[in-house]
Design a protein around this ligand. Structure first.
Ligand SMILES: [Zn+2]
Length: 267
């Protein structure tokens, strides 16, 4: 009887320690499509908040903005262009379903090489490619064993990208909210409120925005007020760590690597 009471009170303490009230709700904000407009990109790189910047490979200002982002200690990702179902032009680094495995993987490696210091990647466009099983396996195999995380931008509800990434033990996250599909301050405000609501409900949430001036102006106004709302802003890798407090980010892949090596040796 006594032990049942102790167990019950332990349960209460556990709920208090790990329940909603004790962990501050946290958001991560990724800004996609950096590389084209230096002015907007440099404003974002200079904001004194831990935004995560997703840079397109080999665009006019990719290198300059990458340097500026790193000077300002921003977390940077590769924003990898992937084929759409509407046939949009994707520019340099585009990954398409008609590519051979070697072509696709080499293109992705070259894109990573163009964004040195990137901590992870997400898809630019990609409504066709992220629902293509074979292409997604090739993409994830190309980054398997390398210290990159993946964020599924979820440009289509049919995306299997996150699911495939997880089968390779790649640290994987999924976008919850697009901030600025509708490029107006009132629409961005609505999306931002949704983001905060999801973060309060689930403990954390991820938004993707774009380097539109209206988005930048909104963030300049909204980010200093996050504290008052009881919301923390984290980089994508910090958010992953908050969600997986007892795991090292790439530990599982090291294990997978070792067991692959051991089974190879045993043959
Ligand atoms: Zn994009």
């Amino acid at each position: 009887m006594k032990s049942a009471i102790i167990a019950a009170s332990l349960l209460l303490v556990t709920t208090d320690l790990y329940g909603e009230s004790s962990q501050q709700a946290t958001i991560a904000i990724i800004i996609d499509d950096l590389g084209h407009h230096y002015d907007q990109g440099s404003q974002l790189a200079s904001l004194p908040y831990p935004l995560t910047l997703a840079v397109l490979p080999k665009r006019r200002y990719s290198k300059k903005l990458l340097e500026l982002a790193q000077q300002n200690k921003k977390e940077v990702m590769l924003h990898a262009p992937m084929e759409t179902s509407h046939g949009f032009q994707l520019g340099k680094g585009a990954l398409t379903a008609s590519m051979s495995r070697i072509e696709l993987q080499r293109t992705l490696q070259e894109s990573f090489a163009a964004i040195p210091g990137a901590k992870g990647f997400n898809n630019h466009m990609g409504s066709a490619l992220t629902s293509n099983k074979q292409a997604m396996h090739w993409v994830m195999q190309a980054v398997n064993q390398r210290p990159y995380y993946f964020v599924d931008s979820r440009t289509t509800a049919q995306s299997i990208a996150a699911k495939v990434a997880k089968t390779y033990n790649i640290p994987t996250l999924t976008r919850d909210i697009f901030l600025d599909h509708d490029i107006s301050a009132s629409a961005i405000d609505r999306q931002f409120k949704k983001l905060i609501k999801i973060a309060k409900k689930n403990g954390s949430a991820i938004a993707i925005g774009h380097p539109h001036q209206v988005t930048i102006d909104f963030l300049k106004d909204a980010l200093p007020k996050l504290d008052e709302l009881g919301i923390a802003l984290a980089t994508v890798s910090a958010l992953w760590q908050i969600r997986h407090p007892s795991e090292a980010m790439y530990a599982k892949r090291t294990q997978a690597h070792h067991s692959n090596a051991l089974s190879y040796l045993a043959q």
